[in-house]
Write a protein that binds this ligand. Sequence first.
Ligand code: MG
Length: 231
Amino acid sequence: MKKYNTILFDVDDTILDFKKGEKEALTALFKELDADKKENIMDEYIKINQSLWRDLEKGKVTRDYVLNNRFYLLFQQFGIEVDGEMIENRYRYYLDLQHECIDGATELLESLYQNYRLYIVTNGVSKTQYTRLGDAKLEKYFKEIFVSEDIGYQKPAKEYFEAVINRIPDFDYEKSIIIGDSLTADILGGNRIGIDTCWFNPHKKDNDTEIKPTFEISKLSDFYKILDSNN
Ligand SMILES: [Mg+2]
């Protein structure tokens, strides 16, 4: 008998290449705003955005705060006052168009979905996530998609995972595993509810946290080995 029957998948930078899509959307946005010549604007945005999402994971700020203020804070650094919400809407328009898959993602999902129950666990904006998963033709592999915006909590909050578990029929902690690229959102979340975890670490970053994944892989195709060896 196989060990696992339920797999929780993160989306961004686990099955969809968010970093690539983000870069393309920002390039288009900054061009539209005539801001593409500003020095290091892309790197500055990434810095501000990452620190806001970290604050969100720690529960210090709300999701709306992050989305409505990241561009305001960015342009403030260049001495320009902007309507952060309006720019966020334009950014979202460009972001919704991006749906490039991570190498091996479609193949992995295609080969797993008939033998395992697959679910999406993602922090993000519902419309964006549904559009991108639909455009990438990945939606069909999942029994349900749990977006933090709909749940009202985000990974790694215990409340988020409890809501997810409540909606999965016959959820068995022993037979479930979460796979994702974020130690602080996916792996910590899995640890908190007590299920196995698989850290997808394609760039082989050092784990400089206290968070311990059960497994670590650098290619999605290595996930088969984990499932097989636990059969
Ligand atoms: Mg991710």
